[in-house]
Design a protein around this ligand. Structure first.
Ligand code: ADP
Ligand code: MG
Length: 571
């Protein structure tokens, strides 16, 4: 593409100053700013619409990042993440509110959580460094504010580029630490499976978060993580060397302990351990299997033809549970469907917290068995299926279970938290299980092998509203998809709004190209992943905007499964 001169951009701005907003459309194109190229890819329709989409591209010879900083996938993702954060901070320092109406004067890029994700906001290659961002082209009312625009494009953007995209102006040690930390975390995660572990929590890790609404580390009185001796393992990262911490073995693990002793905090840290974290997060060396999925009850959710029969059978009116559909699931049926769907998307570790589980799905005790006969109870509680899941499918589980000692019978490992300090209580729990035999009978309904494959059908996935495809993220909670709203509030592994947006577009794209009426959902997820691995997120999102981040296959499936118009065929 041929670049226009920056003077031609300046001339255009002066020419259109004071004119109607539509005249901004003429600016679309690429401009040579000497040290970098500026791309104006999309111009907003008016000052109140979503800001315009721009990119800056700095040649490698100018940006000067050593190839070692992006020599493998982990490092590249980490460096791009670092650049996004720096670029965003530099934008924040420059954005001003006094430049006109509506979104005039805004400059920003992707808003990053504590996790290091693959995003579209920055790209580093051997040729160049590219940052993508949004800019509110300024206007007073609907009249173009050319002088303000000139200030932004000729003053602010160059300053942001200098501050955040040139290696020479960055703290070298911090950049390196960012890249090395992510590379280490991925190396540790890679050692879990060969070591027959599902998670690793490094000694000294800081697990509690600042508050229910802030995912930053808790400041002040924190008890740093300390592994019980019997569960302590050593792992090795290419940069951090040997590190010690608690290894959670495969199988069934219980986390027990009194209320407020930190159980959920440990489980949540493990759950987020499927992702990498920023240095300084406190959880940067807390890693979990990449296919760990948090499971919870989610009453009210939509379910389409899910075989929940291993958990639920004999429903009133003889309803079939091998292809169970409902617009309005109960706590227990939703939790059962969440597990079966997680298995379908390839989960290897299930994480459950009593706080967010349906009690009747988790346990049916001796007395309840005596009162309500098995024939009158459709639910086989998880306590009777969780070992089968491990034995038949190799799927491990970690359960926070402070309320029912019946689970001692099925646990391989019991971790007890006492004042935020974990102890290995496996032997004690087993001794108690021996000593206090209950009259509880094991109930088991079905098996987890040979589930029927679900084939999603394209016609149920309709993002068009009128002639336009309409996909919007509503925070981390929902996708507005055509005329439908996909509720993701119970999908705990979504950490950024940009993942939500990407989920919506990938589903739309996949329905279009990959839903052929024959492929099962797992095969479709494989194809999506292969494409994203090979070509990057850009392969399945509609533009080069900054605000897409890669969801895991489990979250893609979760979003699709919650689309109320979804129809599947069973094979
Ligand atoms: P539980 O699930 O056992 O009831 P939580 O995990 O919800 O307990 O933790 C209770 C409170 O203790 C939370 O406010 C949490 O932030 C805090 N907390 C958890 N772990 C620690 C720790 N290691 N140091 C300090 N505070 C912690
Ligand atoms: Mg709790």
């Amino acid at each position: 593409m041929s670049l226009r001169t920056q003077n031609s951009l300046r001339d255009s701005l002066r020419r259109i100053d004071g004119r109607g907003y539509k005249a901004y459309k003429d600016l679309r194109g690429a401009y040579d700013f000497g040290r970098y190229a500026l791309f104006i890819d999309h111009v907003q329709g008016d000052p109140f619409a979503s800001p315009s989409r721009l990119r800056v591209r700095v040649p490698a010879a100018v940006a000067q990042f050593a190839p070692a900083l992006f020599s493998n996938r982990a490092r590249k993702t980490a460096l791009e993440d670092y650049l996004t954060r720096g670029f965003g901070a530099a934008c924040g320092a420059r954005a001003r509110r006094d430049r006109g109406s509506g979104k005039s004067g805004q400059i920003y890029t992707a808003d990053c959580a504590q996790e290091v994700l693959e995003r579209t906001s920055a790209r580093v290659t051997s040729e160049h460094v590219e940052a993508r961002f949004f800019l509110g082209l300024p206007a007073f009312g609907r009249r173009i504010a050319g002088r303000q625009a000139e200030e932004m494009l000729f003053h602010d953007v160059p300053a942001i580029v200098t501050a955040s995209l040139l290696y020479g102006s960055l703290p070298a040690a911090e950049v390196l630490r960012h890249v090395e930390t992510v590379e280490d975390a991925q190396a540790l995660r890679g050692q879990l499976e060969p070591s027959k572990l599902v998670a690793f929590v490094r000694e000294g890790a800081v697990l509690p978060r600042e508050s229910g609404v802030s995912d930053r580390p808790l400041q002040g009185q924190v008890v740093p993580f300390e592994s019980p001796d019997s569960l302590r393992v050593e792992m090795e990262g290419p940069n951090c060397g040997r590190v010690a911490g608690m290894g959670i073995p495969e199988g069934v693990t219980l986390i027990v302990g009194g209320g407020y002793h930190g159980k959920s905090t440990v489980l949540n840290a493990i759950s987020r351990g499927a992702y990498d974290h920023l240095p300084g997060d406190g959880r940067e060396y807390v890693v979990a299997h990449e296919d760990a999925v948090k499971i919870r009850a989610e009453d009210g959710r939509f379910i389409e033809k899910v075989d929940i029969s291993p958990f639920i059978s004999n429903l009133p009116f003889g309803r079939d549970t091998t292809a169970f559909s409902t617009p309005n699931a109960s706590g227990s049926t939703s939790q059962a469907a969440n597990i079966i769907e997680a298995l379908e998307s390839g989960a290897k570790v299930l994480l459950l917290d009593e706080d967010t589980s349906a009690t009747n799905f988790m346990i049916r005790d001796e007395r309840m068995q005596a009162l309500v006969a098995k024939e009158k109870e459709p639910i086989t509680p998880l306590i009777d299926t969780i070992r089968t899941l491990y034995e038949e499918r190799g799927v491990s589980s970690v359960l926070v279970m402070g309320g029912s000692g019946d689970y001692f019978d099925v646990a391989d490992t019991v971790i007890m938290l006492d004042g935020y300090r974990p102890h290995d209580a496996t032997e004690a729990a087993q001794a108690i299980a021996e000593e206090h035999r209950t009259g509880r009978r094991v109930e088991f309904a079905g098996h987890f092998t040979d589930r029927r494959a679900r084939v999603p059908l394209a016609q149920g996935v309709q993002a068009r509203r009128g002639r336009r495809v309409r996909i919007r993220a509503r925070g981390e909670e929902a996708i507005s998809f055509g005329r439908e709203e996909i509720d993701l509030s119970a999908v705990e592994h979504i950490v950024e709004q940009s993942q939500v947006r990407a989920c919506g577009w990938i589903i739309h794209e996949a329905a279009d190209r990959l839903f052929d009426g024959k492929r099962g959902l797992p095969e479709i997820l494989d194809l999506i992943e292969r494409e994203l691995d090979g070509e990057g997120l850009e392969a399945m999102v509609p533009d080069l905007a900054a605000d897409y981040a890669r969801p895991r296959r489990h979250e893609l499936a979760a979003a699709l499964n919650r689309l109320r118009t979804l129809r599947v065929a069973q094979r």
